[in-house]
Write a new protein. Structure first.
Lengths: 441, 312
């Protein structure tokens, strides 16, 4: 045991002290935020590009239907423009040609352009025209007060969803549950790959460095493999820990700055809401009711359960995949040889990830249920289901299967590792790997 | 008494037998050579002694008791496939490897200091291994092998990768360790070094121990009854050429200004050397008479039936 802890200590400290660890830990959240922001930024920058659109209205009925906006300016031309003229003049982004009354002939609007127009442009034209026609049609019925009747018949409601549970009623939000599930799943998915890969590289490096025989003459190969898996896992947990601290810190900072009561229990929020109502009645509202609503829904999510499950599933899933990766790393001599063995693993993880995404739509579906029991997919799929509420027995069963398989997997991996790590030269086949498992110690 | 005894070791891999009933007995404080061509099973035997892998049958005794896994703390092993963590500093690396062998932190620190000073490389302590030359790395590797003062040392091709100067330093260190009481197993293809430093050997070929014993008896047992003689051209035997007869056969002959030399083979191996000398004295004036014993290299080739693949 003391040798195992020596290995863990050495491997852990070597990794944590690396500059790249610190940089990645701090940079990853920034990168994630940046990735979310990039589409928005692209949208903002690309829309600065003004496009001229020429409207050729041969009916004269639709002058001014399309209004200039941030993206498009519309010019209305006389009705005599021929297709020949349009073909020769490519300055406008597009031509909109209306040949007939659209109420009688819905096919009478055509868009001509020199370059392929975008779907969003066509959508915009369609929407503007349909809205105009809608009103024109209504006006053509000539019923007094019709507009008012229609406006009044547009009833809008706000849905509050409440789930019954042990504590009574809880405000819920499907959107929020999905978001939290997705984030947890993504974290696990990412960690399985990056930390599993780290284990694989480290095993491979020890093998190519030829240090491994020196080490296994002091410790059992199993201890060396486990020490590596455990220490890399601890590095992962350290990283998650730092992120949770950062997140809590940021959340706390935000709640201080905006006055959002993030860290309150449900009851506290209710009293807060009541006092706010009375405050509102006296005309002295202090908290934005929308903010309060968000906070209330946030508090409905069982964060303790999510964090505990996240850690348990991370540990179980990580051990399974890290053992697999360690076995691969031990069997090959160089990076290029890993591909053959990596492909099936990658496919399984990707499959789990997609099942996870679809499970958000149907968390109780049979696909989601079975995949949250199968140990290779359960860490990823179950994390999506948890925010929607999963029965305790299901959780326990899934975790029990996961941890039993994790132990089995480390056993299998250690058998392969033990043989592979001391063999150089030829890349083994799957058949040979199975033979190694059966070798006597 | 034997410090290490491997008795009737059998190790079977899927398609071939790596060791077939091999018994090796290493006397305490001896330097024991483990010889054999590539793939003969030497490394497998060494790995079994080191508890890296286990035998299918047979036992290993160390210092009189059945070997248990914690015995590896008394073994220093320099594998043929060896290396170090490239990114680690020399001091940290030695500390880690020493502690894996069961040394306490303080004890390890002392030993590191002792050895780095001994090799006059104390200033390397904070250097990363990748900054060192290959020869320097080999020195660190050697220190890592002996740092826990093992009673049994196993060197697998120790001289490969060493330049002659460092190889000599290494050889002297090995002899020094023996003087301090260590038992040493030495696996190599380098037959010259075997003759020079080994007391006893086992030659493993195709998974079996085919030749065992101390070097002198082995050479005696493999002698081909060849003798190198030189004799003078005095007045009575001027220009006399030694001729083969029914007692001896002349294999090679060379005439020189001072004296002639010849290599002769004794026809009857039961005849004593003195009888041979008497027979030759009747033909010429003997100046020198020396029996040619086969070198370990020749014995190796004869026994294995294939040329020695030298690693150097």
């Amino acid at each position: 045991m003391s040798k195992l802890s020596l290995i863990i200590e050495n491997e852990y400290m070597t990794r944590v002290r690396k500059k790249s660890f610190l940089i990645m830990t701090l940079l990853t959240p920034i990168l994630m935020v940046a990735l979310c922001c990039i589409p928005v930024l692209i949208e903002i920058f690309s829309s600065n590009d003004m496009r001229n659109v020429t409207v050729v209205d041969q009916t004269g009925l639709y002058q001014g239907v399309f209004e200039d906006n941030e993206e498009y300016t519309f010019t209305y031309l006389n009705t005599q423009t021929t297709s020949e003229q349009m073909r020769n003049d490519d300055t406008p982004y597009a031509y909109i040609v209306i040949t007939d009354n659209l109420l009688n002939n819905p096919d009478a609007l055509t868009i001509y352009s020199h370059k392929q127009t975008t779907a969003s442009f066509e959508m915009e034209i369609e929407n503007s025209m349909e809205e105009f026609l809608h009103e024109a049609k209504l006006a053509s019925f000539d019923i007094p007060g019709l507009q008012q009747i229609i406006d009044e018949s547009n009833v809008k409601i706000n849905i509050t969803s409440i789930r019954f549970d042990e504590e009574g009623e809880t405000h819920t939000s499907a959107g929020l549950a999905t978001a939290i599930g997705m984030i947890s799943t993504f974290i696990i998915y990412m960690f399985l790959f990056s930390y599993g890969g780290m284990v694989m590289n480290s095993v491979m490096q020890e093998k190519t460095n030829r240090i491994v025989e020196v080490i296994v003459s002091s410790v059992k190969p199993f201890d060396l493999m486990m020490g590596k898996i455990i220490s890399v896992g601890l590095v992962g947990l350290t990283q998650i820990g730092i992120w949770v601290l950062l997140l809590v810190g940021l959340g706390f900072g935000a709640s201080m700055a905006f006055g959002i009561p993030l860290f309150m229990s449900n009851e506290e929020l209710l009293t807060q809401a009541q006092s706010m109502n009375s405050a509102a009645m006296t005309g002295g509202a202090t908290i934005d009711p929308d903010m309060l609503n968000i906070a209330q829904t946030l508090s409905s999510i069982n964060f303790t359960q999510i964090v505990v499950c996240l850690i348990l599933y991370f540990v179980g899933g990580y051990v399974i995949y890290a053992s697999l990766f360690a076995a691969i790393g031990s069997a090959v001599d160089n990076e290029t040889d890993t591909n053959q063995f990596m492909i099936p693993i990658t496919l399984i993880i990707l499959f789990a990830f997609y099942v996870g995404i679809f499970s958000a739509e149907d968390p109780e579906g049979s696909m989601a249920w079975w995949c949250s029991m199968i140990p290779f997919t359960s860490p990823i799929v179950m994390m999506v289901r948890i925010p929607f509420g999963v029965a305790l027995w299901e959780l326990i069963l899934s975790l029990a299967i996961l941890f039993a398989s994790a132990i089995g997997m480390t056993w299998v991996a250690s058998r392969i590792y033990r043989v592979g790590v001391l063999l150089y030269g030829k890349k083994p086949s799957y058949k040979e790997l199975f033979k190694w498992i059966k070798y006597k110690a | 008494m034997y410090y290490l005894e491997a008795k009737n070791i059998v190790k079977q891999y899927a398609s071939h037998k790596a060791l077939d009933n091999v018994t090796v007995q290493v006397p305490q404080n001896h330097i024991y050579g483990l010889l054999g061509p590539n793939g003969a099973g030497k490394t497998t035997l060494i790995r079994i002694i080191n508890h890296i892998t286990g035998p299918d049958s047979g036992e290993v005794y160390i210092d009189g008791h059945l070997s248990i896994p914690s015995d590896v703390e008394n073994i220093g092993y320099l594998p043929e496939e060896r290396g170090l963590y490239k990114k680690m500093k020399v001091g940290e690396q030695l500390m880690y490897l020493a502690r894996l062998k069961g040394l306490t932190r303080n004890d390890a620190k002392e030993q590191i200091k002792h050895w780095l000073n001994k090799f006059d490389i104390a200033h390397w302590d904070k250097k990363k291994v990748e900054e060192l030359s290959k020869g320097m790395q080999q020195k660190i590797q050697f220190i890592a092998t002996v740092i826990h003062r093992p009673k049994l040392l196993i060197f697998d091709e120790p001289f490969s990768g060493f330049d002659p100067v460092n190889a000599n330093i290494l050889k002297n260190e090995i002899l020094e360790l023996r003087k301090q009481g260590a038992t040493i197993i030495f696996s190599t293809h380098n037959m010259a070094s075997v003759e020079e430093i080994c007391d006893e050997i086992t030659l493993i070929n195709r998974s079996r121990a085919v030749l065992q014993g101390d070097i002198n008896s082995i050479r005696q047992a493999h002698k081909k009854h060849l003798f190198k003689v030189s004799y003078t051209n005095d007045a009575t035997t001027a220009g006399y050429m030694l001729r083969s007869n029914d007692i001896y056969q002349v294999m090679e002959y060379e005439q020189a200004s001072g004296y002639n030399t010849a290599i002769v083979r004794k026809c009857d191996s039961g005849m004593t050397n003195n009888e041979l000398i008497q027979a030759m004295m009747r033909e010429c004036q003997l100046v020198t008479f020396e029996e040619i014993l086969p070198s370990m290299n020749e014995i190796f080739i004869d026994t294995v039936g294939a040329p020695v693949a030298n690693n150097e």
